[in-house]
Design a protein around this ligand. Structure first.
Ligand code: URA
Ligand code: CA
Length: 433
């Protein structure tokens, strides 16, 4: 077969074989297939789609293009969790120690934030001294000793995905469900997870703006995972407003600590209990979701989860005393309130724009090369459905510059206040297995 025949076949809407998909992935990765053919192929996939089997072939071909992490030296079922990205999504920081405290080993590879979405690695680095580089041997040993470790993604993982993703970015082929699903799943599978819990975000602040698209993406990823022998399930969760109250790196570490102390925001706590229960069941530590939830609440109450977070910080070079005293985290110079310009009910807090407001303060990167300020960000005082008086504080900007005009305007524009009270969209949507 020649690449041109593979392109033609997909252009005509036919189903590709494993060999044809491998021809594309291997040829594009090793440079024998040029950008113009790969672009045409990706556009054909964008328009004609791929069935579940094709998506599994594509995923595995990308997995096999690079290094695969072997976690078999870690005892137990290794359960990974992935979020498709949101604003103020602090769940990983909380879930890692939370499920580890219930006996599930967590060997986590995380990424950095880009645009209006945050990344777990940046948040962890808000703790002075915390390092995310461990050798594979150190990584495995730490999970065996402590039950948890979080590191950055190795450069050799799924090189095919890295190259294809860069091409998709400039050929208007990013938002294709088979391409997104295979891209995400290839990284999870290469990272060695036995079981995968997916948190697919839906709404203004997410990749997928509608429930219908989020559900289709979740179904595609679950199908791939199960097709390649990794127990996979997904939940759809709301990202029309930011999750929790804090947006920004050190601020989210503080929020994570508060949640592990049992004093976190209601929505963030509930999402962690929901995802965590699934992880504990997949990890074989509980028979039912109800039992798992009970265990999770117990390790919050008895402080075990918080202490494990301390163990993680200490093992990776940070100062564990922040778990008792989060004021030791970097703090911005100015705390500037944004106040309501009228009375009424909060009907909408557009997560993407609020994320951008935090990015403009320095909490996130507009481009990959940007430096971020770990101390800055936004703490929301109100959520959708709350009543607010004119002049009351909607949010506090934590800034290292006195001029916060742009961020203030974004918040005032995108936090809607109206006369009629509305019920916020449900936090947890469908569960897909
Ligand atoms: N995230 C990924 O890793 N890949 C995609 O294609 C989209 C989002
Ligand atoms: Ca948050």
């Amino acid at each position: 077969v020649r690449m041109v025949d593979v392109i033609e076949k997909k252009r005509n809407g036919e189903v590709l074989t494993k060999a044809e998909i491998e021809l594309f992935v291997n040829g594009y990765t090793d440079g024998t297939i040029p950008d113009y053919q790969a672009s045409a192929f990706l556009m054909a996939v964008y328009f004609k789609g791929m069935n579940a089997e094709e998506q599994a072939h594509l995923t595995l071909a990308m997995v096999e293009s690079g290094e695969q992490i072997d976690l078999s030296a870690i005892e137990g079922v290794k359960v990974d969790k992935h979020s498709t990205g949101g604003v103020g999504d602090t769940t990983t920081l909380i879930l890692v120690p939370l499920v580890a405290a219930c006996g599930v080993p967590v060997a986590k590879m995380s990424g950095r934030g880009l645009g209006h979405t945050g990344g777990t690695l940046d948040k962890l680095e808000a703790m002075k001294g915390f390092h995310i580089e461990l050798t594979k041997e150190q990584f495995v040993k730490q999970v065996n000793d402590l039950k948890l470790a979080v590191i950055g993604q190795s450069g050799n993982l799924t090189p095919a995905d890295q190259k294809i993703y860069a091409l998709r970015d400039v050929t208007a082929t990013v938002d294709s469900i088979p391409l997104i699903a295979s891209s995400i799943m290839s990284k999870k599978i290469a990272a060695g997870a036995d079981a995968i819990v997916l948190d697919v975000k839906s709404g203004e602040g997410a990749f997928m703006k509608t429930l219908e698209d989020s559900k289709a993406l979740a179904q595609a990823m679950v199908a791939i995972g199960n097709e390649v022998g990794r127990n996979t399930m997904a939940i759809i969760s709301d990202m029309s407003q930011p999750l929790g109250n804090a947006i920004g790196n050190a601020l989210e570490v503080t929020e994570a600590i508060e949640t592990l102390q049992g004093k976190g925001p209601e929505d963030l706590t509930e999402l962690c209990l929901t995802l965590g229960s699934q992880m504990v069941v997949l990890g074989g530590q509980a028979e039912s979701l109800e039992e798992a939830r009970k265990m999770l609440k117990e390790v919050i109450q008895n402080g075990k989860a918080l202490q494990l977070f301390g163990d993680l910080i200490e093992a990776q070079g940070g100062d564990r005393t922040v778990i008792e005293d989060p004021s030791r985290l970097p703090r911005a110079q100015y705390q500037i309130p944004v106040v309501a310009s009228r009375s009424g009910y909060v009907t909408k807090m557009e997560a993407d724009d609020i994320g951008i407001a935090a990015m403009l303060l320095g909490a996130g990167r507009a481009t990959k090369e940007d430096k971020i300020d770990l101390a800055v960000g936004i703490v929301l005082n109100k959520k959708v459905g709350d009543y607010v008086e004119k002049g009351e504080t909607l949010a506090i900007l934590h800034a290292n510059s006195e001029d916060v005009t742009q961020s203030t305007e974004l918040l005032l524009q995108h936090i809607h206040i109206e006369d009629a009270k509305i019920t916020p969209p449900p936090l947890i949507g469908e569960i897909i297995t």
